[in-house]
Design a protein around this ligand. Structure first.
Ligand code: SF4
Length: 416
């Protein structure tokens, strides 16, 4: 259930069924114009739709004025405690201002900010944090933190409505993944305004990405959330953007750039797939098209479930093969697999997104695949396919182990 209402942050629509917008926050001192602009360009390049900058001092407002003019993407000013700065950020041309009505100095000061936002036609983000709930909700927070968070958000929404202001989105931040999920589910039922999702202080690139993927992914899969920010403890804000995109791509909510699929590897692997996958991932960053590239660690499955991939490789000890959409393209020495893969991808684009196939090379590759494929091997992929078949309720006769076959790799499983 996407939000009913929609707001427009500097040309980026949020809510009301618009694509989920990716945002991040700069990590630089905002007043350091050069460093801040460098980072904004980097995050825009990585795919941020919107960027937020902290505005804690007068000198940051001065920089904000220039940033708004120079930034390739809309800019949100992040203000805490100081309604004068919020007013100045609005006057400086921020495309949106984030305030926490609970710490801005009372409802009268919040009303002044709202009045200026209305005058300028600038939307606001109303943010509530689990760590800074109003005093009258502290007891409730102790008993029921989710209800306390939602109550605070609803109270702020009601304040905005009393001020006859509806041009805002709402965020509720908690460090707890379950509380983030539960509170946003509850709030989405209660208000029609767009929701900004994030897990606050999520952690390092590794743990923070996982927490965010679980928390935000659960909500997004339910259709809740109109813009997301991944908070990671890294100076590299573009990493937050990349994680946000991976979440949206995984849920098929948005497309951006290539999709890399790779097998998890197992004891059949015969080449250094870790290095190969990392290299492919790095080189794919240069492509904008949502092309799908697959890497299989061995050829015993054939092309298997990578059949739909636009391009892929599968390797063995000395030789590997490049394939496209389920058909072998060419066989190449393992150490040339990555370069040859990208040569094929580039040929495809040069031919106007048409796979260029040399029949002699393809025949050689098919022969290589036939030699290396092992239809009897019970690989993770084949086990998964059989399980899926059984789960689908299709007639899945029990597997019978053919004792005639070789005792280990060659065990032959057949349908009874
Ligand atoms: S059997 Fe599957 S998981 Fe194992 S290396 Fe081959 S493709 Fe990868």
């Amino acid at each position: 259930m996407a939000s009913e209402r929609q707001i427009n942050v500097g040309g980026v629509l949020i809510g009301g069924g618009a694509p989920v917008a990716v945002q991040t926050m700069t990590k630089t001192e905002t007043a350091d114009l050069q460093a801040t602009m460098d980072q904004i360009r980097q995050v825009a390049e990585a795919g941020a739709d919107i960027v937020r900058v902290a505005v804690p001092r007068e000198k940051d407002v001065e920089a904000l004025r220039a940033i708004v003019l120079e930034s390739p993407i809309p800019v949100i000013a992040d203000i805490h405690f100081n309604h004068t700065l919020a007013l100045k950020a609005l006057d400086a041309g921020a495309h949106c201002v984030r305030i926490n009505p609970g710490n801005i100095g009372g409802s009268e000061k919040a009303a002044q900010v709202v009045a200026r936002a209305k005058e300028l036609g600038t939307p606001l983000r109303i943010g509530v944090n689990s760590g800074s709930l109003p005093a009258h909700l502290r007891e409730l927070e102790f008993e029921n933190p989710v209800e306390a968070l939602v109550t605070a958000a609803v109270e702020f929404v009601e304040l905005m409505e009393r001020l006859d202001f509806t041009d805002f989105k709402v965020s509720m931040k908690s460090t707890s993944v379950p509380n983030t999920i539960a509170s946003n589910r509850m709030l989405a039922e209660r208000i029609p305004y767009p929701l900004h999702l994030g897990i606050t202080e999520a952690g390092t690139k590794w743990s923070g990405s996982l927490k965010s993927a679980v928390g935000l992914g659960t909500l997004l899969a339910d259709g809740i959330g109109d813009t997301i920010r991944i908070s990671l403890s890294t100076f590299h804000a573009e990493e937050e953007v990349k994680v946000a995109w991976e979440i949206l791509k995984a849920l098929k909510l948005r497309e951006r750039g290539p999709v890399l699929i790779a097998c998890p590897t197992c004891g059949r692997l015969q080449f250094d797939m870790d290095t190969v996958v990392a290299e492919i991932e790095r080189r794919l960053e240069a492509y904008d098209d949502p092309i799908e590239v697959s890497v299989l660690g061995c050829a015993v499955n054939g092309i298997g479930e990578a059949r739909h991939a636009d391009f892929g490789i599968t390797g063995a000890k000395d030789m590997g093969m490049i394939y496209s959409r389920g058909e072998p393209l060419k066989k190449v020495p393992t150490e040339q697999l990555v370069d040859e893969l990208f040569a094929e991808i580039d040929k495809y684009y040069a031919a106007g997104k048409h796979v260029v196939r040399d029949e002699t090379d393809a025949a050689e590759a098919r022969a290589w695949l036939a030699e290396n494929e092992d239809e009897t091997a019970m690989t993770p992929e084949r086990m998964a396919a059989l399980e899926a078949e059984a789960a689908d309720g299709r007639e899945a006769a029990p597997l019978r182990l053919d004792e005639e076959a070789s005792p280990v790799a060659g065990r032959r499983f057949t349908r009874a």
